[in-house]
Ligand binder design. Structure first.
Ligand SMILES: C[S@@+](CC[C@H](N)C(=O)[O-])C[C@H]1O[C@@H](n2cnc3c(N)ncnc32)[C@H](O)[C@@H]1O
Length: 414
């Protein structure tokens, strides 16, 4: 059954409750979707898995409901955010650390000569940050590294710091890709770094305290790649998957790696500029034989794109080949009777619609699942581009993805 249902739009919903108020991330899932799916299909669930957990929306919702949650993610910045959003902290300890930090910033107002941090060196740092901003950011970084011992509290500070990095850089606001402000915009751009950091910390503290009061389950975030493997202990162990996979490769859809790069460089994550290549569809399949997928509709779309553009079709195939392998591995993790709920977008390439929802359905069916339903919803407040470049030509845009598909299947008994 496939049907449109606008009660899944959550038009006026408050999407920033609990730790959902932390750090923005591209194409975040709306918490209400994960919440409702858990209510409908996870009533007896004890363990949820999100194979592309991003900033951890499903994990937060599961743990709030008392369901243990496991996520995996290849982008280190997303792992940091998801881990921090699902880690309760002790209020008195957190408040003592916040007070000490605020006192330190207050002291610097009167003794700015005490600000002598070691500046990081990474490619293009001067292209993205003014020198006075670099000095203040480095001061915060040094404080986090040297004055905060507890790793969970360090992470809490790092998540706030990462947002300050983005907001104080010369990245054009409202864009995921790295593009720089104009000279005129840069001239008048003077963010208050310490004030911003204090604001983020205060907001996140409120969210975290609300989360910690209500959460009684554990969330864990890993970095395994379901395209190639799933850990043995997860096989036949998961009650429910609630996830939103990427829409396509990062180069031509949502650039998760680019979005995260400056924060990752400041935070010292390895291979900060390689992330997009590691993600699904990041490596092209150079075999000349056309791949056939489980889904006839997808094969037809791919044939149409191939007629128009041989290079583009390779990118599309590379993504779906990884996606199918990932589904095969995710399918192994689900217990008999367990559910998978995939929130997917059908993107358009070269004017051809790619039915990711249909591929999701047929790929799970091939792996022993029964299709329950596909709900079509309008995208209201998800933070993602509603326009893209289907031809991949700068300036040529097409409206895309104003709807998404919630594909639900159940694992059959053997
Ligand atoms: C649509 S986002 C998920 C957003 C998430 N639901 C949230 O609310 O923040 C898709 C995520 O998949 C991740 N990803 C892509 N390929 C992956 C892979 N092979 N394994 C794990 N994660 C992957 C991307 O880094 C991105 O964070």
């Amino acid at each position: 059954m496939k049907y449109f249902d606008d009660s899944w739009d959550f038009k006026k919903a408050e999407t920033k409750e609990y730790t959902h108020c932390f750090h923005n991330y591209p194409a975040m899932m709306i918490p209400q979707i994960a919440r409702r799916l858990l209510m409908q299909f996870g009533y007896n669930a004890r363990l949820l898995f999100d194979p592309y957990c991003g900033s951890g929306t499903s994990l937060v919702e599961a743990t709030l409901k008392g369901v243990e949650a496991i996520g995996t993610e290849l982008n280190p910045l997303a792992r940091l955010i998801a881990t921090t959003k699902t880690t309760s902290l002790d209020k008195p300890i957190l408040d003592t650390c916040l007070k000490k930090f605020n006192n330190y910033l207050f002291m610097l107002m009167f003794k700015p000569y005490k600000m002598n941090p070691k500046l990081p060196h990474f490619q293009n740092i001067d292209y993205w940050f003014a020198s006075d901003i670099q000095k203040k950011l480095a001061t915060i970084k040094q404080y986090i590294d040297e004055q905060i011992e507890d790793i969970n509290i360090q992470n809490f500070f790092k998540v706030a710091f990462s947002e300050v990095i983005r907001e104080s850089s010369w990245i054009r606001k409202g864009e995921f890709k790295l593009s720089r402000m104009t000279v005129a915009q840069r001239k008048y751009f003077q963010p208050d770094i310490f004030g911003l950091m204090q604001l983020k910390l205060a907001r996140n503290r409120q969210g975290l305290l609300a989360y910690s009061r209500q959460c009684h389950a554990k969330g864990q975030v890993f970095s395994f790649n379901t395209v190639t493997q799933v850990p043995k202990h997860l096989v036949n162990n998961i009650d429910i998957v609630i996830t939103s996979p990427p829409y396509g490769d990062s180069r031509t859809t949502v650039a998760y790696g680019q979005f995260s790069r400056l924060s990752s460089q400041w935070l010292g994550f390895n291979q900060a500029n390689q992330v997009d290549k590691l993600l699904m569809g990041g490596k092209l399949n150079n075999s000349s034989a056309p791949l056939k997928f489980e889904c006839a509709m997808l094969n037809e779309s791919i044939a149409k794109i191939a007629e128009k553009d041989q290079k583009r079709v390779k990118e599309v195939i590379a993504f779906y080949a990884d996606y199918e392998k990932s589904i095969e591995n995710v399918a192994k993790t689900i217990k008999e009777g367990g559910y998978v709920c995939y929130v997917v977008g059908n993107r358009r390439v070269k004017g051809v619609d790619l039915p990711t929802d249909e591929l999701t359905k047929t790929a799970f069916e091939k792996n022993g699942f029964k299709h329950i339903e596909t709900i079509i919803r309008n995208i209201q407040n998800k933070r993602m581009p509603s326009k893209n470049s289907p031809s991949n030509v700068a300036g040529k845009i097409d409206k895309t993805m104003t709807r998404e598909y919630i594909v639900v299947l159940q694992k059959l008994g053997i």
